[in-house]
Design a protein around this ligand. Structure first.
Ligand code: FPP
Length: 281
């Protein structure tokens, strides 16, 4: 089990519209960890006959707003899929360069606001493959927010879930070699979990924008029991109120983790199952 950080939030700072939705929520059942696949910047720009980079720039504004709302409602962990390993390989060089520049700008501008909202910034992904100037800015922002005790904001950068699992296996092997050799190697789910990137608990809720019904190599191990919420809204149109709507929807779900629902908790059913089995002996 990974460490659980608590965030008390500051709901007084929500907008009037956000407060109206928040009032329908059960504050004791805010998910601990929400992970978002931010999708649709390109389509948002296309629909306006604008170049794709305008969509990405607008997507950064959305990141700003959503991070702030999440911190205010007391979410403990927010993870954003900002840049997949596949984006890196499959997009034109100019778009990748633009996204890297945007990320550096975002970090520089955002640190004061993250500090005001008591947000600690972390990253997952093969960060060491990013350009040096980006890595430097990432380290700077991480250190500048390291003292914050509220929400943990994790940016997935040059991230791919299969690569993460491969890296976890490598890390398990290295740890075993340094600890008496692989003859003593014992592997279970908890060990695999602990060798994945980051220290956040598994997400309770995954949100995907722009209507695609895919998980796109995002946190494959960690979302085994997550609830999934897909909205047709394109990422630049997504707002704090949409995050709250997603959480309201999540609170209507019944999480069973492979068990039975509370309304059919097996009472009386064991007897009928036993008599059914007896009939077929
Ligand atoms: C998907 O839009 C989104 C991305 C490739 C990256 C998301 C990036 C941002 C929101 C901006 C940078 C983020 C930070 C934290 C600074 P898409 O281009 O795949 O959209 P499309 O599917 O409509 O083409």
């Amino acid at each position: 089990m990974k460490h659980l950080q608590q965030n008390s939030g500051n709901v007084d700072e929500l907008s009037a519209k956000e407060r109206a939705i928040y009032s329908r929520l059960n504050p004791s059942q805010i998910p601990h960890h929400v992970a978002i696949i931010m999708d649709g910047n390109g389509r948002w720009a296309n629909r306006r006959h604008l170049p794709r980079f305008v969509g990405h720039r607008s997507g950064v504004q959305t990141v700003r707003g959503v991070v702030e709302t999440a911190a205010r409602i007391g979410l403990s962990y927010l993870t954003l899929y900002a840049f997949s390993a596949e984006n890196w390989k499959r997009r034109p060089r100019t778009e990748v360069d633009f996204l890297m520049r945007l990320l550096r700008q975002y970090l520089k501008q955002e640190v004061p606001r993250l500090n005001r909202n008591n947000v600690r910034l972390t990253y997952i992904g093969r960060i060491h493959e990013l350009p040096d100037a980006v890595q430097e800015r990432l380290r700077w922002a991480e250190e500048a927010t390291a003292g914050n005790t509220g929400m943990v904001l994790t940016l997935a950068l040059n991230y791919g879930a299969r690569a993460e699992i491969v890296d976890a296996f490598r890390s398990i092997l290295t740890a075993a070699k340094n600890n008496g050799g692989i003859d003593h190697l014992h592997i279970d789910e908890d060990i695999v979990s602990r060798h994945l990137y980051g220290t956040m608990p598994d997400p309770d809720l995954v949100i995907r924008t722009s209507g695609e019904l895919r998980v796109s190599n995002f946190l494959l191990w960690q979302i085994a029991y997550a609830e999934i919420y897909v909205t047709g809204k394109l990422w630049p149109d997504f707002e704090g109120v949409d995050l709250l709507e997603a959480i309201a929807d999540y609170q209507q779900r019944e999480r069973r983790y492979g068990g039975l629902s509370a309304s059919s908790n097996g009472t009386g059913q064991d007897d009928s199952l036993a008599s059914e089995l007896a009939l077929h002996k």
